[in-house]
Ligand binder design. Structure first.
Ligand code: CAA
Length: 385
């Protein structure tokens, strides 16, 4: 339904679709096997000035809206969920600076991200602080005009590819979430290390690493927003903006799986006819297509609401993340079913969609956490009723 999209939306969607077909789809299976990073795709995106479209124009970006970014992520993920992730995780890493950075920090770091010369990752989670992000143990101690960081981060997505990180540490663990403080970390900083790479089920071209701080001295000028104790809010505000683009990643994976299932069931012959001619298969395809369309409308509506300046969108953001990523898993699993035994083989592209879909229900807050955010919001909204 192109009629519902603006000129800008269509511009980004079409550019992303062209890049997905020319650069992403041809390498998706190979990178899934080798785990290599999609540098050719990043370069193609960079050449078209698409790497930092979400960054405001004042800081070298295109000032594009959240819906534009969702469309980009959807189209890339339609060809490869992993490559969709390598692109969009830069937005996750840079939103803490956009939303909470000082003017100097924005001027210093955002243009390099917008140009694609530097990739940025988001380091919040730890081994024992996943869903309970506020219980993180990495510490930051003030020493003159520096902070000394110690601790270990887990699940730093794009960890080994990035050269900048927005990382969260506590300046006072007794203060709980109010002690959490954000830092902008440059990769070359002594005491910062990119560690073990996880061996993942899906999105295998994405380096997801442990990252470590060992007496790592960060200049106070890189304290996010120039103030201690605001990190948890900056991280939560970032996740509110980021969840719609993970939803868009799920949407793209679901659409990509549906595309392949349709193509396959139309050409696969059994009992002397294409299996798509059987009503049982048509019903499955119809349900898959309806679920994808419903997810699309929810994701686009939430992104449009954010672009229109709606405040307090945590609930909406969580809703679209839950719905679109559960849809991705359901549709990709059904698509594998439609491929029968071939769906279970790596010779065919469909099983990768099922593996890639799974992470979208887990990262950027598990879908159980999203339901918690939605439930809490419902109770709060109706507290005075
Ligand atoms: N925006 C602004 N502030 C917020 C907020 C939001 N959305 N949500 C909470 N806060 C504030 C609260 O107002 C509160 O502030 P005060 O101290 O002033 O009262 C403070 O933060 C603490 O809030 P809660 O008591 O609600 O916090 P909580 O400890 O109960 O946690 C949670 C809430 C929603 C469960 C949160 O911990 C959460 O989202 N957990 C999931 C973490 C997550 O998504 N991790 C993913 C990491 S990134 C990743 O996986 C992806 C990747 O690398 C690609």
């Amino acid at each position: 339904m192109d009629e519902l999209l603006s000129k800008s939306n269509l511009h980004y969607r079409d550019l992303a679709r062209a890049i997905a077909e020319k650069f992403v789809r041809p390498v998706a299976a190979e990178l899934d096997r080798t785990g290599e990073y999609p540098w050719t795709v990043i370069k193609a995106l960079q050449e078209q000035n698409l790497m930092g479209i979400w960054i405001p124009k004042d800081y070298g970006g295109a000032g594009a809206g959240l819906l534009d970014l969702c469309l980009m992520c959807e189209e890339i993920s339609r060809a490869c969920g992993g490559i969709g992730c390598t692109y969009v995780v830069n937005a996750l890493g840079s939103f803490p600076i956009i939303l909470g950075g000082t003017e100097e920090q924005k001027k210093k770091y955002l243009p390099e991200i917008a140009s694609g010369n530097k990739l940025i990752a988001f380091a919040l989670s730890e081994k024992d602080a996943g869903s309970d992000a506020g219980s993180l143990r990495t510490t930051a101690e003030k020493a003159g005009d520096e902070y000394v960081l110690n601790g270990d981060k887990k699940w730093t997505t794009n960890g080994a590819a990035a050269s900048l990180y927005t990382a969260f540490a506590s300046v006072n663990r007794e203060r709980g979430t109010r002690g959490v403080t954000g830092f902008i970390v440059e990769r070359e900083t002594p005491g910062f290390e990119v560690g073990k790479r996880e061996d993942l089920m899906g999105i295998r071209c994405v380096p997801v690493n442990e990252t470590h701080f060992k007496n790592c001295r960060i200049p106070a000028s890189q304290l996010l927003g120039g103030a201690e104790g605001r990190g948890f809010k900056h991280a939560m505000m970032t996740l509110d903006v980021a969840r719609p683009f993970v939803a868009a990643q799920g949407l793209g994976i679901a659409q990509g799986a549906l595309d392949l299932a349709l193509e396959y069931t139309k050409q696969r012959q059994q009992f002397g006819q294409s299996i798509a001619s059987f009503q049982g298969i048509q019903f499955m395809l119809a349900d898959m297509a309806t679920q994808v369309e419903a997810a699309r409308h929810l994701v686009y509506t939430v992104a449009r609401a954010v672009d229109a300046g709606v405040k307090d969108f945590s609930k909406l953001s969580a809703m679209c993340k839950v719905f679109a990523t559960d849809t991705a898993m359901k549709v990709a699993t059904d698509a594998v079913q439609l491929f029968g035994g071939y769906g279970f083989c790596r010779d065919y592209p469909i099983e990768k969609f099922m593996r890639d879909a799974k992470i979208t229900q887990i990262y950027e807050g598990t879908n159980q956490i999203q339901r918690m955010v939605i439930g809490r919001a419902l109770i709060k909204e109706t507290a005075s009723v």
